[in-house]
Design a protein around this ligand. Structure first.
Ligand SMILES: [Zn+2]
Length: 83
């Protein structure tokens, strides 16, 4: 989730990023987030049950670590295929 405020130039500027999972707020100072976040943006297509829907969320590093710990295949591992 992202909060925006209008500035004089009518352009939208991100002022803070909120983790969708735990609601932790990451402040943006001079256009730079104080902590790194994972941003996922997905436009679901025809072969999904969400055809045409755009999903977007931001996840803080702590929630990311919890999330990937539940993966059966580690994100930073490679698996050799047996031929
Ligand atoms: Zn979080």
């Amino acid at each position: 989730m992202r909060n925006y405020k209008k500035i004089q130039t009518e352009k939208n500027t991100v002022t803070k990023i909120v983790c969708n999972k735990c609601k932790k707020e990451i402040t943006i100072k001079n256009g730079i987030p104080e902590e790194e976040m994972l941003t996922v943006e997905k436009r679901w297509g025809y072969f999904s049950h969400k055809d045409g829907e755009l999903h977007r969320f931001d996840i803080c590093e702590e929630c990311y670590d919890t999330w990937i710990a539940s993966f059966k295949i580690p994100v930073y591992g490679e698996q050799e295929l047996e031929c």
